[in-house]
Design a protein around this ligand. Sequence first.
Ligand code: NDP
Length: 331
Amino acid sequence: QAAPIKVVITGAAGQIAYSLVYQIASGACFGPDQPVFLHLLDITPMMGVLEGVVMELADCALPLLAGVLPTANPEEAFKDVAAAFLVGAMPRKEGMERKDLLAANVRIFKEQGQALDKVARKDVKVLVVGNPANTNALICSKYAPSIPKENFTAMTRLDQNRAQSQLAAKIGVPVKDVKNVIIWGNHSSTQFPDPSNAVVTIGGAQKPVLAAVNDEEYLKGAFVSTVQKRGAAVIAARKMSSALSAAKAASDHMRDWFLGSGDRWVSMGVVSDGSYGAPADVVFSFPVTTSNGKWKIVEGLTVSDFARQMLDATGKELAEEKEEALAVCKD
Ligand code: NDP
């Protein structure tokens, strides 16, 4: 069996982490032959709750779980990790402005970037889930200059999974038969779920999703807004935000990055090189393929006038967030 890899989860006493620890420790994320040593970081007041998570992990008797380190110390948590799930973030409180939330979180991700830079493996793969995820990932990367910027990503996989699932239900096929739906831009309400290159397998043959759905009004309207507002719909129903599906998406993202995406495109927020007219040097979600631990933006897709407007709007939001975040970091 391979030697264990160290994997950190921040916000480890929170809701998303409660599902994510099992995804990772059971082998669903890094594969059935890869033991993991889990580092669980949270803030000091949460150490009691975290102890309960540690007890439950022990009680799962998982063969791949080589050990668990609960801690409130970032330098201990990030020491020698090969993968980092940055889930912990300040929740939006009543009456809080978007700007206040951004400022609070940017400070957390600046500190965590500095700690990663100091003690993590230089090939660590970082996935940011805590919001505003794209801008947090950018800031984290800026404060970890000794780690390649390609190693910092933000999660848009839950949006992709939601989009794929909506289309499969609309067409009436199993979700696995729809592929190559794209999420462009920011993990926010400006994101653009784009079905225009997606394909569906029906009766053994592949068909464009656009032709299979054959309802432009739906694809440009209800489909996009359902995906954009799905998080709020789950909160309205469950009285708590989505956690199981967010954890599953985080695991999907990291698994594909480590083990390869095969013949599917996956959406990941990555540091933009300006592809498809996106602003450079923001963390923008693109369609990528992954192999040998590296991602590559899918090239050569046609961008319609409608898509152009959507990409520009989400790109503009990310450029603004970046400026606000950099100003906070200078304080
Ligand atoms: P969750 O585990 O539910 O959520 C954590 C973060 O994930 C939030 O920023 C949330 O954003 C974000 N998120 C991204 N995508 C989604 C999605 N699709 N659905 C839901 N959330 C999403 O939060 P909890 O409050 O249960 O737990 C957070 C934990 O983080 C707490 O234990 C807290 O103590 C800890 N924490 C740790 C820090 C650290 O380690 N330094 C710093 C700050 C907090 P949104 O709020 O926008 O939904």
